[in-house]
Design a protein around this ligand. Structure first.
Ligand code: NAP
Length: 248
């Protein structure tokens, strides 16, 4: 299928995990994809893997989304090369977990700067291009932790809850320009981020999930593609949880 032929997509945090799956799924449907990640090696590898399966579809860009100036420069070169941007997926994110008693201001700032300010920085880089594009869509990857909180993740929960407020405000502001903006709130998805939790914690997490298993990056990608599709034209300002029933 070529559902996204002639569409251009920017995916941040696409070096691995969910972002890689999102970028590859758009490429599989005919889109041209800018694959962004922090380090050159990871976005280069991800783009090469995508191009092996869908030749000429992906281009890598190494940039720190938390750096406003660097992100604007990167945005200029992407728009210069791609012409215009139809779909933006703000997916880059990190964790620096710890109980508040031990959490440093550095860990707080790093998570807010990447997960929340990063989404602002990236949107600023593409806002004008999106407003001029056909069927423009913004998809922000939040988390169920932004909805329900979690001990040891105050910084992460605040960043992901902030992203939800950001999503709704952008949706209202950009609606007159026909740009939709929605958030996906994944539960626990098998990636490097959850692998880092260790087996015991993963087993405890699985007990809390009604469907008794973690989700896959491809399942998040399917939802992103739906939100970017013509069928989702009338959906904006929503937060859609995809979490095996955790937040029902
Ligand atoms: P992951 O496997 O750890 O990958 C994170 C990606 O983000 C990497 O490509 C990384 O770049 C990139 N990144 C991190 N900081 C960046 C920065 N400052 N600038 C640019 N790129 C940066 O993560 P994931 O599990 O796929 O998660 C993706 C998103 O989903 C995150 O926002 C996460 O919070 C959210 N989420 C994940 C889960 C889950 O269970 N996995 C659940 C809920 C929400 P490098 O490759 O260069 O390091």
């Amino acid at each position: 299928m070529d559902r996204f032929k002639d569409k251009t997509v920017v995916v941040t945090g696409a070096g691995r995990g969910i972002g890689h799956a999102v970028a590859e799924s758009f490429a599989a449907e005919g889109a041209k994809v800018a694959v962004l990640s922090r380090n050159e090696q990871s976005c280069g590898q991800a783009a090469a893997l995508i191009n092996e399966r869908f030749p000429g579809s992906a281009k890598p860009y190494a940039v720190d989304v938390a750096d406003f100036g660097a992100m604007q420069e990167c945005g200029k070169s992407i728009v210069g090369e791609f012409g215009s941007i139809n779909i933006l997926v703000n997916n880059a994110g990190i964790t620096r977990d710890g109980l508040l008693l031990r959490m440093s201001d550095k860990d707080w700032d790093a998570v807010i700067d990447t997960n929340l300010k990063g989404a602002f920085n990236v949107l600023k880089a593409f806002q004008r291009s999106l407003m001029k594009a056909e069927d423009p869509r913004i998809i922000n990857v939040s988390s169920v932790i932004g909805l329900i909180g979690n001990a040891g993740q105050a910084n992460y929960a605040a960043s992901k809850a902030g992203l939800i407020g950001f999503t709704k405000s952008v949706a209202r502001e950009f609606a007159p320009r026909r740009v939709t903006c929605n958030a996906i709130a994944p539960g626990f998805i098998r990636t490097d981020m959850t692998d880092a939790l260790g087996e015991n914690i993963q087993e405890d997490i699985i007990k809390m999930i009604p469907l008794r298993e973690m989700g896959s990056p491809e399942e998040i990608a399917s939802l992103a593609l739906y939100l970017a599709s013509p069928e989702a034209r009338y959906i904006t300002g929503q937060v859609i949880a995809i979490d095996g029933g955790m937040t029902m």
